[in-house]
Design a protein around this ligand. Structure first.
Ligand code: HEM
Length: 199
């Protein structure tokens, strides 16, 4: 039986939520006050990594097809992969709220403004990821999605770089490296398209 593109796409989002539920079950307990902060930190890290992983797949889907001709399944499912990234970042947002409430740490304005803008852009992209919204927004749709994906990529990268430098986290180093590789793939595809046009 062949599943429709939409059903396959929704399963990607569903699978992401199942992974988050499994991670939740394996995380330090949220109901024990002694491990609550470990739970929140753990879930913050996992939801950020999961969201960035999905974002990068959406980020390189078209460039990969343009450059080497493969990655078509990724391109077909790019909308749902993006929705999976947004779903995981939304869980991150929930844990950010839990972190701020339980730790009593103040939210500095730079993180609030620039991090808040990343959440807002991600949600705006998710809410406009339908065909009718695309038609209604016209050229604005492309502007929103190109600006949004690069901005969210940037916020992820500066956070992973910061964590890698401050704590030497292997995970953060790997994620930042993957982010740079994805940027190189996009740049290479962009340059090859430009040369094709001017050749
Ligand atoms: C108001 C905004 C935000 C606050 C207060 C916040 C807070 C946090 C905290 C407390 C951690 C856990 C640090 C640790 O225990 O190691 C974390 C991790 C992280 N957050 Fe956020 N976050 C915010 C928004 C965002 C946004 C918008 C993004 C991405 C677009 C993001 C990406 C990350 C990344 C990449 C990590 C590190 C994951 C790792 O260590 O592997 N955060 N955040």
């Amino acid at each position: 039986m062949q599943l429709s593109t939409k059903t396959q796409g929704l399963s990607i989002v569903g699978l992401t939520l199942v992974v988050i539920a499994i991670v939740y079950a394996g995380a330090p307990s949220a109901s024990n006050p002694e491990t609550l902060s470990d739970h929140i930190g753990y879930m913050l890290r996992v939801t950020a990594r999961l969201s960035f992983g999905a974002l990068l797949l959406a980020y390189v889907a078209r460039p990969l097809v343009q450059l080497v001709g493969w990655g078509r399944p990724l391109l077909i499912q790019r909308r749902y992969i993006g929705l999976a990234a947004a779903a995981s970042l939304t869980v991150h947002f929930g844990y950010v709220a839990a972190f701020l409430i339980t730790s009593g740490e103040p939210l500095d304005w730079v993180t609030g403004v620039f991090g808040g803008a990343a959440f807002a852009l991600m949600w705006a992209m998710a809410l406009t990821s339908t065909d009718p919204a695309r038609r209604r927004l016209g050229a604005g749709w492309k502007r929103l999605h190109i600006t949004g994906i690069h901005y969210v990529w940037l916020i992820f990268m500066q956070t992973f770089f910061g964590v890698a430098v401050e704590s030497g986290s292997r995970w953060a180093e790997v994620m930042a490296t993957l982010g740079l590789v994805a940027l190189c793939i996009r740049l290479a595809a962009w340059l090859s398209q430009r040369f094709k046009r001017t050749a």
